[in-house]
Design a protein. Sequence first.
Length: 317
Amino acid sequence: MRPAVSDRGAAPVSAGSPRVVVFGDVIDDIIVTPSGDIRPDTDTPASIVRTAGGSAANSAAWLAWAGCHVDFVGRVHVTDLERHRALLVEARVSPHLLGEPDLPTGAIVVIVSPDGARTMLTQRGANAALSPRDIGAERLSRANHLHFTGYSIFRHARTSDFPELIQRAHEADVTVSVDPGSAGFIEDFGRDRFLDAIDGADIVVPNLDEGRALTGLPDPASIVDSLVDRFPLVALTLGREGVALGTNDGIRLSAPSKAMHAVDTTGAGDAFCASFLSVLLHGPSRDRDVLARAVSSGLDTAARAVASVGARPVPTA
Protein backbone atom coordinates (compact mmCIF):
# COMPACT_ATOMS: atom_id res chain seq x y z
CA MET A 1 0.00 0.00 0.00
CA ARG A 2 1.23 3.48 -0.85
CA PRO A 3 2.47 5.56 2.11
CA ALA A 4 0.37 8.63 2.81
CA VAL A 5 1.68 11.94 1.51
CA SER A 6 0.34 14.99 3.31
CA ASP A 7 1.31 18.51 4.26
CA ARG A 8 3.04 17.05 7.32
CA GLY A 9 6.06 16.27 5.15
CA ALA A 10 7.74 13.54 3.17
CA ALA A 11 6.39 10.00 2.95
CA PRO A 12 8.45 7.20 4.48
CA VAL A 13 10.63 5.03 2.26
CA SER A 14 10.68 1.33 3.03
CA ALA A 15 12.49 -1.70 1.65
CA GLY A 16 9.47 -2.37 -0.56
CA SER A 17 9.23 1.14 -1.99
CA PRO A 18 9.64 1.38 -5.77
CA ARG A 19 13.06 2.32 -7.12
CA VAL A 20 13.10 5.00 -9.79
CA VAL A 21 16.02 6.08 -11.97
CA VAL A 22 15.76 9.69 -13.07
CA PHE A 23 18.22 11.16 -15.51
CA GLY A 24 18.41 14.63 -16.92
CA ASP A 25 18.89 18.27 -16.17
CA VAL A 26 20.17 19.72 -12.93
CA ILE A 27 20.13 23.50 -12.83
CA ASP A 28 20.91 26.51 -10.68
CA ASP A 29 17.67 28.52 -10.64
CA ILE A 30 17.80 32.27 -10.14
CA ILE A 31 14.20 33.23 -9.38
CA VAL A 32 13.45 36.91 -9.88
CA THR A 33 10.17 38.42 -8.69
CA PRO A 34 9.97 42.12 -9.66
CA SER A 35 8.08 44.39 -7.29
CA GLY A 36 6.33 45.99 -10.26
CA ASP A 37 6.65 46.39 -14.01
CA ILE A 38 10.18 45.88 -15.28
CA ARG A 39 11.59 49.24 -16.36
CA PRO A 40 14.02 49.09 -19.31
CA ASP A 41 17.41 50.80 -19.03
CA THR A 42 17.14 51.38 -15.28
CA ASP A 43 16.65 49.58 -11.96
CA THR A 44 13.56 47.63 -10.94
CA PRO A 45 13.39 46.49 -7.28
CA ALA A 46 13.00 42.72 -7.04
CA SER A 47 13.25 39.67 -4.82
CA ILE A 48 16.03 37.38 -6.08
CA VAL A 49 16.31 33.81 -4.79
CA ARG A 50 18.99 31.32 -5.81
CA THR A 51 17.97 27.69 -5.52
CA ALA A 52 18.61 24.28 -7.05
CA GLY A 53 16.40 23.26 -9.95
CA GLY A 54 16.21 21.44 -13.25
CA SER A 55 13.05 19.60 -14.25
CA ALA A 56 14.54 16.12 -13.89
CA ALA A 57 16.31 16.87 -10.61
CA ASN A 58 13.13 18.49 -9.27
CA SER A 59 11.12 15.42 -10.21
CA ALA A 60 13.69 13.23 -8.49
CA ALA A 61 13.35 15.27 -5.29
CA TRP A 62 9.55 15.09 -5.36
CA LEU A 63 9.60 11.34 -6.13
CA ALA A 64 11.76 10.81 -3.05
CA TRP A 65 9.42 13.07 -1.05
CA ALA A 66 6.53 10.89 -2.24
CA GLY A 67 8.13 7.72 -0.90
CA CYS A 68 10.25 6.25 -3.72
CA HIS A 69 13.88 5.19 -3.74
CA VAL A 70 15.42 7.53 -6.33
CA ASP A 71 18.73 7.36 -8.20
CA PHE A 72 19.51 10.54 -10.13
CA VAL A 73 21.99 10.71 -13.02
CA GLY A 74 23.10 14.14 -14.26
CA ARG A 75 26.04 16.37 -15.12
CA VAL A 76 27.36 19.61 -13.58
CA HIS A 77 30.64 21.50 -13.72
CA VAL A 78 33.31 19.74 -11.67
CA THR A 79 33.46 22.57 -9.12
CA ASP A 80 29.74 22.09 -8.35
CA LEU A 81 29.77 18.32 -7.85
CA GLU A 82 29.82 18.31 -4.06
CA ARG A 83 27.30 21.14 -3.72
CA HIS A 84 24.71 19.49 -5.94
CA ARG A 85 25.38 16.06 -4.45
CA ALA A 86 24.68 17.49 -1.00
CA LEU A 87 21.47 19.16 -2.16
CA LEU A 88 20.18 15.91 -3.68
CA VAL A 89 21.11 13.91 -0.57
CA GLU A 90 19.22 16.49 1.51
CA ALA A 91 16.20 15.71 -0.69
CA ARG A 92 16.67 11.94 0.01
CA VAL A 93 17.88 11.29 -3.55
CA SER A 94 20.90 9.09 -4.31
CA PRO A 95 23.07 11.27 -6.60
CA HIS A 96 25.16 9.89 -9.44
CA LEU A 97 26.60 13.11 -10.84
CA LEU A 98 29.28 13.39 -13.48
CA GLY A 99 31.61 16.40 -13.59
CA GLU A 100 32.23 18.44 -16.74
CA PRO A 101 35.57 20.30 -16.83
CA ASP A 102 34.69 22.70 -19.65
CA LEU A 103 30.93 23.27 -19.43
CA PRO A 104 29.33 25.32 -16.63
CA THR A 105 26.54 23.98 -14.47
CA GLY A 106 23.25 24.74 -16.19
CA ALA A 107 21.45 27.89 -15.08
CA ILE A 108 18.02 29.43 -15.56
CA VAL A 109 16.85 32.93 -14.75
CA VAL A 110 13.14 32.61 -13.90
CA ILE A 111 11.20 35.89 -13.97
CA VAL A 112 7.96 35.49 -12.01
CA SER A 113 5.02 37.74 -12.86
CA PRO A 114 2.44 38.89 -10.26
CA ASP A 115 0.09 36.01 -11.20
CA GLY A 116 2.86 33.41 -10.73
CA ALA A 117 3.52 32.86 -14.44
CA ARG A 118 7.15 32.42 -15.45
CA THR A 119 9.51 33.64 -18.16
CA MET A 120 12.68 31.52 -18.35
CA LEU A 121 16.11 32.36 -19.76
CA THR A 122 18.05 29.09 -20.05
CA GLN A 123 21.69 28.07 -20.29
CA ARG A 124 21.90 24.28 -20.63
CA GLY A 125 25.58 24.11 -19.70
CA ALA A 126 26.80 20.68 -18.58
CA ASN A 127 23.36 19.16 -19.14
CA ALA A 128 24.06 19.20 -22.88
CA ALA A 129 26.76 16.54 -22.37
CA LEU A 130 24.44 14.07 -20.62
CA SER A 131 23.70 10.92 -22.62
CA PRO A 132 21.36 7.92 -22.21
CA ARG A 133 24.56 5.91 -22.40
CA ASP A 134 25.38 7.28 -18.94
CA ILE A 135 22.79 4.81 -17.61
CA GLY A 136 24.26 1.33 -17.51
CA ALA A 137 22.53 -2.03 -17.52
CA GLU A 138 23.31 -2.63 -13.84
CA ARG A 139 21.45 0.51 -12.73
CA LEU A 140 18.42 -0.38 -14.85
CA SER A 141 18.42 -3.92 -13.51
CA ARG A 142 17.78 -2.60 -9.98
CA ALA A 143 15.00 -0.21 -11.01
CA ASN A 144 11.23 -0.43 -11.36
CA HIS A 145 10.82 2.75 -13.36
CA LEU A 146 12.81 5.23 -15.47
CA HIS A 147 11.90 8.90 -15.85
CA PHE A 148 13.45 11.61 -18.01
CA THR A 149 12.50 14.92 -19.57
CA GLY A 150 12.63 16.42 -23.02
CA TYR A 151 15.47 18.72 -21.99
CA SER A 152 17.83 15.74 -22.27
CA ILE A 153 16.76 15.21 -25.88
CA PHE A 154 16.80 18.65 -27.42
CA ARG A 155 20.57 19.08 -27.75
CA HIS A 156 21.67 15.46 -27.87
CA ALA A 157 23.43 14.56 -31.11
CA ARG A 158 22.14 10.98 -31.29
CA THR A 159 18.35 11.02 -31.07
CA SER A 160 18.29 7.25 -31.57
CA ASP A 161 19.92 6.83 -28.13
CA PHE A 162 16.56 7.55 -26.47
CA PRO A 163 14.33 4.86 -28.04
CA GLU A 164 17.26 2.50 -27.51
CA LEU A 165 17.26 3.43 -23.80
CA ILE A 166 13.50 2.88 -23.61
CA GLN A 167 13.95 -0.53 -25.24
CA ARG A 168 16.75 -1.41 -22.79
CA ALA A 169 14.49 -0.39 -19.92
CA HIS A 170 11.62 -2.56 -21.16
CA GLU A 171 13.97 -5.50 -21.60
CA ALA A 172 14.82 -5.05 -17.89
CA ASP A 173 11.08 -4.96 -17.04
CA VAL A 174 11.31 -1.23 -16.24
CA THR A 175 8.50 1.13 -17.20
CA VAL A 176 9.31 4.56 -18.66
CA SER A 177 7.79 8.02 -18.28
CA VAL A 178 8.65 11.24 -20.11
CA ASP A 179 7.91 14.86 -19.31
CA PRO A 180 8.33 16.69 -22.65
CA GLY A 181 9.65 19.77 -20.86
CA SER A 182 9.31 22.73 -23.24
CA ALA A 183 6.86 23.65 -25.99
CA GLY A 184 9.32 26.11 -27.48
CA PHE A 185 12.13 23.57 -27.62
CA ILE A 186 9.78 20.96 -29.12
CA GLU A 187 8.96 23.39 -31.93
CA ASP A 188 12.66 24.13 -32.46
CA PHE A 189 13.58 20.43 -32.38
CA GLY A 190 10.68 19.23 -34.55
CA ARG A 191 7.45 17.52 -33.45
CA ASP A 192 7.91 14.27 -35.37
CA ARG A 193 11.57 14.03 -34.46
CA PHE A 194 10.72 14.45 -30.78
CA LEU A 195 7.90 11.89 -30.89
CA ASP A 196 10.27 9.42 -32.53
CA ALA A 197 12.82 10.06 -29.76
CA ILE A 198 10.33 9.05 -27.03
CA ASP A 199 8.74 6.22 -29.01
CA GLY A 200 7.84 3.35 -26.69
CA ALA A 201 7.39 5.43 -23.52
CA ASP A 202 4.67 4.07 -21.24
CA ILE A 203 3.60 7.37 -19.65
CA VAL A 204 3.81 10.91 -21.05
CA VAL A 205 3.07 13.95 -18.88
CA PRO A 206 2.99 17.15 -20.99
CA ASN A 207 1.48 20.48 -20.12
CA LEU A 208 -1.09 22.08 -22.41
CA ASP A 209 1.40 24.06 -24.50
CA GLU A 210 3.58 20.97 -24.92
CA GLY A 211 0.53 18.91 -25.86
CA ARG A 212 -0.36 21.45 -28.52
CA ALA A 213 3.23 21.40 -29.81
CA LEU A 214 3.18 17.59 -29.97
CA THR A 215 -0.16 17.27 -31.75
CA GLY A 216 -0.98 20.56 -33.45
CA LEU A 217 -4.39 20.38 -31.77
CA PRO A 218 -5.90 23.15 -29.62
CA ASP A 219 -8.12 21.60 -26.95
CA PRO A 220 -7.21 19.18 -24.14
CA ALA A 221 -9.61 16.38 -25.08
CA SER A 222 -8.32 16.23 -28.66
CA ILE A 223 -4.71 16.36 -27.49
CA VAL A 224 -5.23 13.44 -25.10
CA ASP A 225 -7.09 11.40 -27.74
CA SER A 226 -4.26 11.97 -30.20
CA LEU A 227 -1.42 11.15 -27.81
CA VAL A 228 -2.98 7.94 -26.44
CA ASP A 229 -2.91 6.57 -29.97
CA ARG A 230 0.85 6.48 -29.48
CA PHE A 231 1.40 6.21 -25.70
CA PRO A 232 -0.52 3.98 -23.25
CA LEU A 233 -1.10 6.66 -20.60
CA VAL A 234 -1.16 10.45 -20.94
CA ALA A 235 -1.68 12.98 -18.14
CA LEU A 236 -2.06 16.48 -19.60
CA THR A 237 -1.53 19.22 -17.01
CA LEU A 238 -3.62 22.35 -17.54
CA GLY A 239 -2.38 24.82 -14.94
CA ARG A 240 -5.32 26.41 -13.18
CA GLU A 241 -7.69 24.09 -15.04
CA GLY A 242 -6.19 20.96 -13.48
CA VAL A 243 -5.49 17.76 -15.43
CA ALA A 244 -6.96 15.73 -18.28
CA LEU A 245 -5.97 12.06 -18.39
CA GLY A 246 -6.42 9.33 -20.98
CA THR A 247 -5.35 5.74 -21.57
CA ASN A 248 -5.16 3.72 -24.76
CA ASP A 249 -7.86 1.39 -23.43
CA GLY A 250 -10.45 4.14 -23.25
CA ILE A 251 -10.26 5.62 -19.74
CA ARG A 252 -10.77 9.39 -19.63
CA LEU A 253 -10.54 11.45 -16.42
CA SER A 254 -10.32 15.12 -15.53
CA ALA A 255 -9.89 17.02 -12.28
CA PRO A 256 -9.58 20.71 -11.35
CA SER A 257 -6.53 22.34 -9.80
CA LYS A 258 -6.33 22.37 -5.99
CA ALA A 259 -4.03 25.40 -5.80
CA MET A 260 -5.63 28.31 -3.96
CA HIS A 261 -2.79 30.79 -4.40
CA ALA A 262 0.39 30.62 -6.48
CA VAL A 263 3.54 32.21 -5.10
CA ASP A 264 5.83 30.59 -7.70
CA THR A 265 4.73 28.01 -10.28
CA THR A 266 8.31 26.85 -10.96
CA GLY A 267 8.39 23.07 -10.55
CA ALA A 268 4.61 22.60 -10.27
CA GLY A 269 4.56 20.19 -13.20
CA ASP A 270 7.51 18.27 -11.78
CA ALA A 271 5.72 17.97 -8.42
CA PHE A 272 2.52 16.76 -10.07
CA CYS A 273 4.39 14.26 -12.23
CA ALA A 274 6.31 12.81 -9.27
CA SER A 275 3.34 12.25 -6.97
CA PHE A 276 1.23 10.98 -9.87
CA LEU A 277 3.91 8.43 -10.74
CA SER A 278 4.44 7.47 -7.11
CA VAL A 279 0.82 6.38 -6.71
CA LEU A 280 1.02 4.31 -9.87
CA LEU A 281 4.30 2.71 -8.86
CA HIS A 282 3.10 1.88 -5.34
CA GLY A 283 -0.14 0.35 -6.64
CA PRO A 284 -0.72 -3.14 -8.01
CA SER A 285 -2.86 -1.95 -10.94
CA ARG A 286 -3.75 1.06 -13.06
CA ASP A 287 -7.53 0.88 -13.06
CA ARG A 288 -9.78 3.94 -13.03
CA ASP A 289 -9.76 4.27 -9.23
CA VAL A 290 -5.96 4.10 -9.03
CA LEU A 291 -5.60 6.63 -11.84
CA ALA A 292 -8.05 8.97 -10.08
CA ARG A 293 -6.04 8.69 -6.84
CA ALA A 294 -2.84 9.34 -8.76
CA VAL A 295 -4.28 12.50 -10.33
CA SER A 296 -5.61 13.70 -6.97
CA SER A 297 -2.25 13.13 -5.27
CA GLY A 298 -0.42 14.89 -8.07
CA LEU A 299 -2.71 17.91 -7.79
CA ASP A 300 -2.23 18.01 -4.00
CA THR A 301 1.54 18.08 -4.44
CA ALA A 302 1.42 20.66 -7.24
CA ALA A 303 -0.64 22.92 -4.94
CA ARG A 304 2.02 22.48 -2.25
CA ALA A 305 4.78 23.30 -4.76
CA VAL A 306 3.29 26.60 -5.94
CA ALA A 307 2.74 27.82 -2.37
CA SER A 308 6.45 28.60 -1.86
CA VAL A 309 9.41 29.89 -3.87
CA GLY A 310 11.56 27.19 -5.42
CA ALA A 311 11.01 24.04 -7.42
CA ARG A 312 11.77 21.31 -4.85
CA PRO A 313 10.08 20.21 -1.62
CA VAL A 314 10.48 22.58 1.30
CA PRO A 315 11.76 20.61 4.32
CA THR A 316 9.29 20.58 7.20
CA ALA A 317 10.15 20.51 10.85
